[in-house]
Write a protein that binds this ligand. Structure first.
Ligand SMILES: Nc1nc2c(c(=O)[nH]1)N[C@H]1C(S)=C(S)[C@@H](COP(=O)(O)O)O[C@H]1N2
Ligand SMILES: [Mo]
Length: 442
């Protein structure tokens, strides 16, 4: 074995005089040396703290946008008692939920790239040398595991596939807090390294080459090695230059992560961004597909509402504090009609704007003396999460909020909620109840 050459696939065993270092000397065990060797074998130029910082910044930004928009969506569906969420601008939820799903999808290649960059740190031994180090390791384990689960179930949710027994929304919400808390600890512990390698001009020499890492500057390996005081055979292995074919450059890694991220974003964003619709490959819903040019979330048949929705005896009951009135479809058709253009924005990320026509909700509320009240909106579909939803007073009062009878120039299709459905601005699709039965003031 040459002293300085390429790392052979199967290094020959250490000479007798160096076996102490291989098998461990006092204070330096087999595990430490094994960890050093694993790290040495994984070392490649792409695994540099600057790369970790560059990808980490993008990942952090994507996670925070995803977290904030996710909180907003959560509280729209389950507001705390004191919360009043705005009904304008009418496209607000379309934008926030589009961003939620797009940034969440972007997190997948970014997280994989980040994990690739820091993967050798997994082999640091001992796992932690200080209390701070232990905290960091626990937080990173939590962050990685909960992120992987979060992104997986979130992605499957966009395909309306729930191959699990737990409640999606509650789990997704709890994991989000675990991720953000562990991310905060991680960033706090790594702050010196993040600051050191944040700016390009601090990271490269005048020729544009990445600066080498000195102990304590966030080396993914060298400072661990120095701290462990590796000697002899292990040291020699660590110091050997490696074949260029074994090495992945920073540019290659960043290019792969960049192209991967751009591809999944462009390939899925078309379900919410009409201009990107031609590039849609991953998204389960397509703009313009479905009855009346609108995607259908759940058909009337699946919801088992066809007999009730098509019955000649159908009427919409509106109940206020002192009075209750039932309106037949002809009654509703003969009332003043309003035209609005509003999107259906599904929590799963797709959204489409449509031209709706119907009666203003607040006009119906006024007829039963319930102006300024919250309403419970009830569907013919029973039971389940859609059977009744809350419509807060500021949404009831918004002139864009309709009991819609028509969409895109025709009577509502049975699958879009015939005979009448709710359509309100800045509201998740899941709360735009189809096949209405009753509106109850609270
Ligand atoms: N009664 C009832 N209303 C419902 C649903 C449902 O399954 N049942 N799905 C909701 C969801 S999740 C969405 S995104 C929208 C979709 O409306 P569309 O199927 O007319 O496009 O309807 C909402 N209203
Ligand atoms: Mo939805």
């Amino acid at each position: 074995m040459t002293a300085r050459g390429t790392l052979p696939d199967h290094p020959s065993p250490p000479p007798r005089e160096e076996q102490a270092a291989w098998f461990g000397e006092p204070g330096q065990g087999v595990a430490e040396n094994g960890a050093m060797l694993a790290q040495a074998a994984l070392e490649t130029p792409a695994r540099h703290p600057r790369t970790a910082v560059v990808i980490g910044r993008l990942l952090g930004a994507a996670f925070l946008i995803c977290f904030a928009t996710g909180l907003y969506s959560h509280f729209l569906q389950q507001p705390l008692p004191w919360m009043v969420l705005p009904s304008r601008p009418e496209w607000l939820y379309r934008v926030t939920q589009g961003l939620h799903v797009i940034t969440g999808i972007a997190c997948i290649p970014l997280l994989l790239g980040k994990l690739y960059t820091v993967f050798p740190l997994l082999f640091a031994w001992p796992p932690a040398k200080t209390v701070g180090g232990l905290l960091e390791r626990v937080s990173i384990a939590l962050f990685v595991s909960s992120s992987l689960v979060q992104l997986t179930i979130g992605l499957l949710n966009t395909f309306q596939w729930y191959p699990w027994a737990f409640n999606f929304r509650r789990t997704h919400y709890a994991l989000a807090w675990i991720i953000v808390a562990s991310l905060a600890v991680h960033i706090g512990v790594k702050l010196p390294i993040i600051v050191r390698w944040w700016r390009r001009r601090d990271s490269v020499d005048p020729a544009g080459r990445l600066l080498p890492v000195r102990p304590g500057e966030g080396d993914l390996r060298a400072h661990e090695r120095a701290a462990a005081g590796v000697t002899g055979y292990v040291q020699r292995l660590l110091d050997m230059p490696r074949e260029s074919t074994e090495r992945i450059s920073r540019r290659t890694l960043l290019g792969a992560v960049g192209v991967g991220t751009a591809a999944v974003v462009v390939g899925s964003a078309g379900q919410a961004v009409p201009a990107l619709a031609p590039f849609t490959v991953f998204a389960p819903r397509r703009v313009g597909l479905g009855q009346q040019g609108l995607p259908v979330n759940k058909t009337a048949k699946v919801a088992r509402v066809i007999p009730a929705a098509t019955a000649a005896s159908w009427s919409l009951t509106v109940a206020g504090p002192g009075s209750e009135r039932a309106f037949t479809l002809d009654d509703l058709r003969s009332m003043p009609q309003t035209d609005v253009r509003l999107p259906i924005s599904c929590v799963e990320g797709w959204s489409t704007s449509a031209d709706w026509r119907g009666i203003r909700f607040r006009d119906l509320a006024a007829l039963v003396g319930a102006s300024g009240r919250d309403f419970t909106v009830r569907s013919l579909q029973q039971p389940g999460p859609y059977s009744n939803v809350l419509l807060p007073a500021n949404f009831v009062d918004d002139p864009l909020t309709l009991i819609a009878l028509r969409v895109n120039g025709a009577e509502l299709d049975l699958d879009h909620g015939y005979p009448a459905r709710l359509i309100a601005p800045a509201r998740p699709g899941v709360l735009q109840t189809k096949w209405l039965a009753r509106l109850d003031a609270r």
